[in-house]
Design a protein around this ligand. Structure first.
Ligand code: PEP
Length: 251
């Protein structure tokens, strides 16, 4: 019912030349994949190369961040308008590294999500608890706060156009994956929260991705969970064979 989405987040890796090389290998490996949407989010300087490489392919491109507003005196930032103009269809918002290193908090998540929607981008809005929060039994509380502050203020029309990514911070880049049960529980909690705010139909339609050390050897088990609608993949999206194996999880 919900089409899976496999999104790669390259973080601060790859030059334009490395971007070309990645797509040369990756595209043929996923050319027949129609069971899921495929997105790569490279660093900004690689977007031009990524757009050229993915033209007329089944791979779409996204930004890793944006700033609200169309343009302005905001040194070092990139707007949704600019991402759209270069050809992006997607943008990651509130990745835990942005929350942790750049202090992004819920009011900014709302503004960024609204700005992305205004320019026709699909935001992938990240939520997730830190290790100490999980260990002290606060996972649901944290997810509720992030949902209530960063997502619930959207209108139903805006909400219908976003994707949520549940990324437990302790699983990102650590090789520790949430068990399928942990991921399912968190996704179910978020879906209930969505139902409470936006209704059952919106909850049923919402794609919730899992992110945190997704690899070719664990993707099948994760995707077998009814609640998991795709993956946001960091490290394993840098290698064309590895990300292709994740995209081609049903095979
Ligand atoms: C991420 O960057 O969103 C991520 C989940 O990274 P990794 O797959 O490397 O854990």
């Amino acid at each position: 019912m919900r089409k899976p989405l496999m999104a790669g987040n390259w973080k601060m890796y790859k030059t334009p030349a490395e971007t070309h090389a990645f797509f040369e290998s990756f595209k043929p490996l996923v050319a027949s994949a129609s069971h899921c949407d495929i997105v790569i989010c490279p660093p900004f300087p690689d977007l031009h190369a990524a757009m050229n490489e993915t033209e007329a392919s089944n791979v779409e491109v996204g930004g890793q961040n944006l700033y609200w507003g169309k343009e302005g005196a905001v040194t070092g930032e990139v707007s949704g308008n600019m991402l759209k103009a270069i050809g992006c269809k997607w943008v990651i918002i509130a990745h835990s590294e942005r929350r942790q290193y750049f202090g992004e908090s819920e009011p900014e998540v709302v503004r960024k999500t609204e700005a992305a929607l205004q320019y026709g981008l699909t935001p992938i809005v990240c939520v997730g608890e830190r290790l100490e929060e999980r260990e002290s039994g606060k996972t649901d509380e944290v997810l509720a706060e992030q949902f209530d502050g960063g997502i619930a203020p959207l209108t139903p029309e805006q909400f219908a156009r976003i994707v949520i990514a549940y990324e437990p911070v302790w699983a990102i880049g650590t090789g520790k994956t949430a068990t399928p049960q942990m991921a399912s529980d968190a996704h179910r909690f978020l879906r209930q929260r969505v139902a409470g705010k936006f209704g059952d139909a919106a909850a049923g339609a919402m794609r919730i991705l899992y992110g945190g050390s997704v690899k070719p050897d664990n993707v099948k088990t994760l995707m077998a969970q009814e609640e998991i609608d795709g993956a946001l993949v960091g490290g394993a999206s840098l290698d064309p064979k590895s990300f292709a194996a994740i995209v081609n999880f049903p095979n």
